[in-house]
Design a protein around this ligand. Structure first.
Ligand code: FES
Length: 289
């Protein structure tokens, strides 16, 4: 029975041509040796070796066609192409889909990479811009301070709080200032050859002793050199006239003064950020009210 099946497969359409070639080999080509006939079978019914190979290949094709569809696509494609002549190619629907999917994945990767790179670059430049803006703002604020309060800022003195001419100085604690209103000829010391103010007026004296920085008080009852009323430093005894001129002590110069402006309503504006170093001309710095 099996021998009848083999005989039928040799005569099938798949192997028909090959079987014919096996029976009649081409001229000049040595015929393939016939397979040894099974015992008890006539030698003419036994197919040659090449015909048997073709029959085996046909069997494999039928077996693969009947194989379940779960086989790997790559393997299926490889099976379909491995027996083709060199240079041949098979374009399958799966191959087209794979190419399209691969192109889509590559395009998506490019988009993702571009977005990430763009994000990093944008973040870098944004951070640099923020840092640069902060540095510029800091420098502008440092060199052009605004809304300065306390010592170093401007202090206004209403006209009704300005002491009368010739009276004792007034201490403006927050401004660290002694506000003096001199009469004409006041603020000097004849005993120490320091001339008084020619015109009289307001004078803003920095309270800080120019020796070592102690706060200098006004001593209205302190007598020195035959005169009464002096700025007398409690630390080392430096002594200054009501106009701030030094007459005694280790202080190297007279008391410093602040820039002062007299407004039309006779109020004063003291700029504690502008200091003029003291000198014997201190009384002459008074601004006429
Ligand atoms: S600190 Fe005023 S005299 Fe020395």
């Amino acid at each position: 029975m099996a021998d009848e099946v083999d005989k039928a497969e040799v005569q099938s359409p798949v192997s028909e041509g090959t079987a014919a070639e096996a029976v009649e080999p081409a001229a000049g080509v040595e015929a393939a040796p016939a397979a040894e006939a099974p015992r008890g079978q006539p030698a003419g019914l036994v197919p040659p070796a090449e015909a048997q190979t073709t029959v085996a290949r046909a069997r494999e094709e039928r077996a693969d066609a009947a194989a379940p569809a779960t086989a790997a696509p790559e393997a299926s494609v490889a099976w379909r192409t491995d027996h083709l002549p060199k240079g041949s190619s098979v374009v399958t629907a799966y191959g087209d889909q794979r190419a399209a999917l691969k192109a889509e994945l590559q395009a998506r990767e490019k988009r993702v990479e571009f977005t990430r790179r763009q994000l990093v670059r944008t973040g870098f430049f944004a951070g640099g811009l923020v840092a640069l803006t902060g540095a510029v703002a800091y420098l502008l604020n440092y060199f052009n301070p605004r809304d300065v309060t306390g010592f170093g800022a401007m202090f206004g003195v209403p006209a009704n709080q300005v002491p009368p001419a010739g009276s004792n100085p007034v201490h403006l604690i927050e401004a660290k200032t002694w506000l003096v209103n001199l009469k004409p000829g006041d603020g000097g010391s004849p005993a120490f050859a320091v001339p008084g103010s020619k015109t009289g007026g307001a004078l803003a004296i920095y309270q800080r002793c120019v020796h070592l920085g102690c706060t200098v008080p006004w001593r209205s009852d302190f007598a020195f050199g035959g005169e009464v009323g002096w700025f007398r430093c409690p630390c080392h005894g430096s002594t200054y006239t009501k106009g701030g001129a030094r007459v005694f002590g280790p202080a190297p110069r007279s008391l410093d003064t602040f820039d002062l402006t007299v407004k039309p309503d006779k109020s004063l504006l003291i700029d504690t950020g502008k200091i003029t170093l003291g000198g014997l001309d201190d009384p002459q710095r008074a601004k006429l009210l």
